[in-house]
Design a protein around this ligand. Structure first.
Ligand SMILES: *Cc1c(COP(=O)(O)O)cnc(C)c1O
Length: 429
């Protein structure tokens, strides 16, 4: 029986009942709750947060969980209880923060297409900061705030034009990206912000991409941001906080990203060396807090050997987990109970039932499985369920959270078929 390695996820282990998360046999959870099924570990989320908090101890700081990575209310509750704030990108996300008991005063609002209604909602909630992504947005936000006699706290998201050396779809800090204000325009934009009646400049922000596995791009971005901080303050506009975004990568297969503590230590060293060590620091990690804390469980429906290629057809699909289809992301796939009965290994693509050739979860895998066996897609805690859709009229998976006391709590029910049509109406004729 071969027990494949479990990269990047110390809370996963092989035991007598196969693969376990926090000591709980995943095959038994799949039997009880059905598949496809997301399972997350709360202790693993806390363990991923700990190096951020350790490295920032003694400094004024706020870790704002970038909740678009996984916005289940129980996941938000986990981070709210640990003292985190939240990085949101929509009014819907703000509503989720409140529903989970998070503190709106610890919320930063990112995103380049905020509507007036979303701005008003966030002002009413008393959020910590709007991360503004364009000069046009400054004017609208000032308008919305001034209309109700308020001043919106703002930070400008500057685009430092550094290459985060990650996938083009998840790189955000280059000139050609739609995000942020070009660093060459930043000083002028800050002057404009400071002149507007409805705004209060409080900080500066940058976020250069996602799944970054090196420290160097962060240091390059920080140098650019500090140059700007110095120029902006020399122009008489004080900046209270510095938001260095998120983006730290995780190990899916063989990536070796730095730990959050090593990354932050390097950033603090530069901040101290340049005389900026006393500022409040914000970080916006998403993936690195939840990615390796979750798995997606799926059942093998059919083995379909072919002339050119073999297929392992499973009951999870691109609508449940989009990363492979969207980014050609490679994620570990292992049987929950590796077979010891001589079942031969099949070289195959692991594909779902959705009617798209792009619907695959893994390519060219070697699996010794039979129909009815269950598989785990590893490192599926981030950008998994959060990106799930109802394509092909498939209900979205159920979600389980494993608590510290060993309980497995269903934190989202499997989406029933009735709710798929709930908002639709047939015309009379
Ligand atoms: C997506 C995003 C993050 C989080 O990115 P991760 O790679 O998940 O850490 C942080 N800040 C902003 C503005 C984002 O858009």
């Amino acid at each position: 029986m071969s027990r494949p390695p479990l990269p990047g996820a110390p809370h996963l282990a092989w035991g007598p009942a196969g693969l376990s998360l926090d000591g709980q046999a995943l095959d038994a959870l799949a039997t009880e709750h059905g598949t496809p099924l997301y399972v997350y570990s709360r202790p693993a989320m806390r363990a991923a947060l700990a190096p951020y908090q350790r490295a920032l101890a003694g400094r004024a700081h706020l870790v704002c969980y970038a909740m678009k990575a996984n916005s289940n209310l129980a996941v938000l509750q986990t981070f709210a209880q640990a003292g985190c704030g939240f990085d949101i990108v929509s009014g819907g996300e703000l509503a989720r923060v409140r529903a989970a008991g998070g503190d709106p005063a610890k919320v930063v609002f990112s995103g380049l297409g905020k509507t007036r209604a979303e701005m008003a909602q966030a002002l009413d909630a008393g959020i910590k900061c709007f991360n503004v992504e364009s000069e046009a947005e400054l004017d609208v936000l000032s308008d919305v705030a001034a209309a109700s006699g308020r001043r919106a706290p703002v930070s400008l998201r500057v685009n430092p034009d550094v290459d985060a050396r990650t996938h083009p779809y998840i790189s955000t800090g280059l000139k050609g990206n739609k995000f942020g204000i070009a660093h060459t325009r930043a000083l002028a934009a800050y002057r404009h912000a400071a002149s507007l009646p409805g705004l209060q400049v409080v900080g500066i922000d940058c976020h250069i991409g996602s799944q970054i596995t090196e420290i160097a791009p962060y240091l390059d971005a920080l140098d650019r941001v500090l140059d700007l901080v110095e120029a902006i303050e020399a122009a008489g506009i004080p900046l209270h906080h510095l938001d260095l975004g998120g983006g730290l990568g995780i190990t899916y297969t063989d990536e070796q990203p730095p730990g959050a503590d090593a990354l932050i230590a390097a950033l603090l060293a530069k901040l101290d060396a340049r005389g900026h060590g006393g500022r409040e620091l914000l970080f916006e990690p998403g993936r690195s807090l939840v990615g390796n804390a979750g798995v997606l469980l799926t059942e093998v429906l059919y083995l379909k050997p072919g002339e050119d290629k073999n297929f392992c057809v499973v009951d999870a699909a691109m609508n449940d987990l989009m990363r492979p289809a969207l980014y050609e992301a490679v994620m570990g796939i292992v049987p929950l109970r590796p077979r010891a009965d001589g079942t031969p290994e099949l070289r195959c693509d692991v594909v779902g039932p959705v009617c798209e050739s792009g619907d695959w979860l893994g390519r060219d895998r070697s699996l010794a499985v039979q129909a009815g066996d269950r598989l785990a897609v590893l490192s599926a805690g981030a950008y998994g369920m959060a990106m799930a859709s109802n394509y092909n009229s498939r209900g979205r998976p159920a979600e389980l959270l494993l608590l510290d006391d060993g309980r497995a709590v269903q934190v989202r029910a499997r989406e029933p078929v009735e709710s798929l049509c709930a908002l639709e109406r047939l015309p009379d004729a």
